[in-house]
Ligand binder design. Sequence first.
Ligand code: A2P
Length: 319
Amino acid sequence: MPSTSFKLNTGAEIPSVGLGTWQAQPGEVAIAVEHALRSGYRHVDCALIYQNEKEVGTGIANSGVPRSEVFLTSKLWNSFHDNVQKSIDQTLADLGVESVDLFLVHWPVRLVPNEGSELFPMNADGTRAVDKDWDQAKTWAAMEEVLAQGKAKAIGVSNWSIPYLEKLSQTWEVVPAVNQVELHPFNPQHELKAWCDKRGILLEAYCPLGSTNSPLLSDPELNQIAEKHGVSPATILISYQPARGVVVLPKSVSKGRIEQNLKLIDLDESDMEVLNGMAAKGKQQRVNTPLFGWDLGFDDWYPEQATAKLARGGYNKTW
Ligand code: A2P
């Protein structure tokens, strides 16, 4: 069976499956979290920008599962890079906890809050209000302070490519425990995984199912593997990540799917070969490219296209 937990570089254990809460609406997420914890989940992945952390806190409280048994992750939002304390304090108050188990820099991008918006500020010309001169080393130093204060038991990053990590490694005192990125067979990020493995940074997979309107679930090769094992394609996608040493964070607000998503199966070598090779065969595709209009350093990140789409108003409500 694939590992049910991994060890962080802090020595702490992290359950290999966690409940994702992005796009879980405030009205439904408390019930989803409560149900997940009652069904056996011991790991919930949150973020300030999901704007539902109060309800996540309610779900944890209602589950009756002690706080000490739940691995809780949250993330610093982009518009708080110059005030990390404000972001973590808000999160702790909303979740109703004294500390989180893991706190991540959500994106290596600082947004400059303005009168129009604290969370999603725009410039007058319709582009995102990105602080292009911000030094991420400052953000990381503030994250290290959060760790020292005990407000987070471990710190890490999210959406960081190799070039961004290389740069940060020149100044970090604490090596990030985790890098949470979009991972599924259409975007396996093998090189990033090798880079992080070498330095003891654990990868976590968000959008492991391909998010809403998933292009993966109908993939014929994936369905063949699912049929072979007599399980759903989602079970294959979820089992794939721990099998390659990656934490997996499927999001669901449906009780049946929440339960299904905790069940991992064994994949054999030939399954892994197919899943590992899909992107290289021409299926490479991201499902989540927030349009900051900023180059995040991934091979397939196209800042020009993102900027053009942003100018046309083609970003979704949240991002
Ligand atoms: P729902 O919340 O209604 O279950 P990802 O984790 O890749 O972001 O994907 C989340 C999307 O996949 C959501 O739309 C979620 O819908 C759906 N989903 C979650 N679990 C399953 C499953 N086992 N089978 C099919 N779709 C799922």
